[in-house]
Design a binder for this molecule. Sequence first.
Ligand code: ADP
Ligand code: MG
Length: 242
Amino acid sequence: MIEIKNVSKWYGTFQVLTDCTTSVQKGEVVVVCGPSGSGKSTLIKTVNALEPFQQGDILVDGVSIGDPKTNLPKLRSRVGMVFQHFELFPHLSVTENLTLAQIKVLGRSKDEARVRGLKMLERVGLTAHKDKFPGQLSGGQQQRVAIARALSMDPIVMLFDEPTSALDPEMVGEVLDVMVQLAHEGMTMMCVTHEMGFARKVSHRVVFMDQGKIIEDCKKEEFFGNPEARSTRAKDFLSKIL
Ligand code: ADP
Ligand code: MG
């Protein structure tokens, strides 16, 4: 579903990604972790073409992001993205947040978009809040709306960039529950997160990054089950967060 092939990227003269290669198969849940500043957000943003890269290529469902002929807005519309800060439109109601991109980007009718959006809102357990504005919801609820909004676009893959790290601790669980449910339904997911409980429970693979490089890419069982086989940096990281 996603093939990241030898991707390197520079911000000016600073090399932020060095020869990154990994993949996410259909139905697979891959957790990306690593210290702050290691390039996780940059890597995940290259996957939906929010950040350009200078070397290598990324294929999303067989379509090359590096190919200048690729219709990037179209490709992006099929890749759901959920950020740390929910980025809902504050002046629009929950329902309007859910329908806007469906109407503008996918060309759906208002009714069609509303039906789809409300179905996704039900999936995240927030039907009762459909007419509220983001500011009237808790952080956890806003993040669940952001997930419902991404799902409303019928994405072929969902990308998450630390979706729970800006939340108060008591709200982390409700967002993780939605992510766990999605994973169990077979959604293809690439998740930057330090929630190792989530990684243990539902991920298939763990990618560990340090200083712009992928230095571990292995099955979950290997990552958590055999710490002695891990790189010093990964061991050090795990010892701090577990
Ligand atoms: P992470 O998500 O793992 O914390 P990031 O991908 O956000 O890492 O950042 C990786 C490195 O790139 C950091 O050193 C950060 O300061 C730098 N960086 C991120 N965005 C930019 C940018 N727009 N311009 C220049 N440097 C950036
Ligand atoms: Mg980040």
